[in-house]
Design a protein around this ligand. Structure first.
Ligand SMILES: CC(C)(COP(=O)(O)OP(=O)(O)OC[C@H]1O[C@@H](n2cnc3c(N)ncnc32)[C@H](O)[C@@H]1OP(=O)(O)O)[C@@H](O)C(=O)NCCC(=O)NCCS
Length: 145
């Protein structure tokens, strides 16, 4: 499923902020507008819109870690109308390649566990559970790049 990671511009920011997850998933990820606002206060952050066939379908935000070979996937979502089409996996694989090319060897993320949790998605793409809870009470997962 080919996707493109594109920079968000003044022209596209409103439509990207309109992307949303299903209601039952809303406890698992912050709204896109909040993520973009937070990213502006984090110098180590990078965020991109996910496009499929010229249409915005999702959003992702990551940041460099404290160690030079580590990064953290901070936010990640595919709009509810576009889930289950392989876009999430394809976008994440692009980020793996981008980070690997920069010498990063470990990508971490954290998930809320529960009925609609994305944990199964992350495990299916090669993340493993660190069996550790983060300072914010989420379940830590790790991917070797
Ligand atoms: C998690 C999310 C980004 C996945 O995006 P997606 O585009 O729907 O995922 P894909 O279509 O690429 O799915 C890839 C694989 O993961 C599986 N998968 C997707 N969501 C899953 C879930 N919640 N649990 C278990 N498996 C899941 C798919 O069945 C697919 O498996 P396959 O390759 O064997 O067919 C999307 O469901 C989402 O935005 N969820 C709400 C927000 C969220 O939880 N974000 C993560 C915050 S940490």
């Amino acid at each position: 499923m080919p996707v493109e990671l594109r920079e968000i511009t003044a022209e596209t920011v409103r439509i990207i902020c309109g992307l949303e997850v299903a209601e039952e998933q809303s406890d698992y990820v912050a709204p896109v507008a909040i993520s973009i606002a937070q990213a502006h206060f984090e110098p180590r952050a990078t965020f991109r819109a996910i496009y499929a066939e010229d249409e915005p379908v999702g959003f992702m935000l990551w940041r460099d870690g404290d160690k030079p070979d580590a990064a953290y996937l901070w936010r990640f979502m595919v709009d509810r109308r576009h889930q289950g089409k392989g876009y999430g996996r394809a976008a994440l694989e692009q980020v793996f390649a981008l980070l690997k090319a920069r010498g990063i060897t470990t990508l971490s993320a954290s998930v809320v566990r529960g009925e609609h949790s994305p944990l199964g998605f992350y495990l299916s793409i090669g993340f493993i559970e660190a069996n550790e809870v983060t300072s914010t009470g989420e379940w830590l997962i790790l991917k070797s790049l």
